[in-house]
Design a protein around this ligand. Sequence first.
Ligand code: HEC
Length: 160
Amino acid sequence: MTDAAKSRIYLATIAVLLLVIAAMAYKFIVAGSTEKGDDGRLAIILEPGERALMLREMREFVAGLQLVADALSRDDMPGVAKASRAMGTAKAHDVPVAMMGKLPLEFKTLALGTHREFDIIAADAEANGTPKHALAQLADVLQKCVACHASYQVKSTTGK
Ligand code: HEC
């Protein structure tokens, strides 16, 4: 084989490998593991344990919102800050990498945006923010809950 032929084969191999890497990166970072859900939403397909983790985190949101509402009703801004921070970005790090790869980019962006907004609510509450301001921020973040639920559902690999 001539040197020119060899280098063409090397280049072709490198090109194929780059394509494979790009396809894997696309799948892992952008597309995730999804199928069309039976109710028109996009279903994210997770292992049963991953689905349980996601739903547990969701229920923790409701529990956290209960604490925020209770603190707000007493104008207890440190209480608002504490409960909001518990729903902040620190929480997002609990998600295992393998599960991250199954979540579509838009979903991850919405999820991170939600956690970030709770960080901001906490920071504002600590910086002498009023209950009315916190309530407006809360109404805003709840729109993200609504938006995500309107677009996505979660199914486990065992079919449920
Ligand atoms: C990034 C997307 C996303 C965001 C943001 C989000 N959720 Fe969810 N949530 C989901 C998905 C997906 C499900 C599963 C829905 C399904 O399969 O029908 C779910 C389910 C739930 C459930 C049901 C839990 C269970 O045990 O079945 C509750 C409660 C919930 N979410 C509350 C919230 C609240 C409150 C917020 C906002 C503070 C929120 N979620 C924000 C995606 C999201």
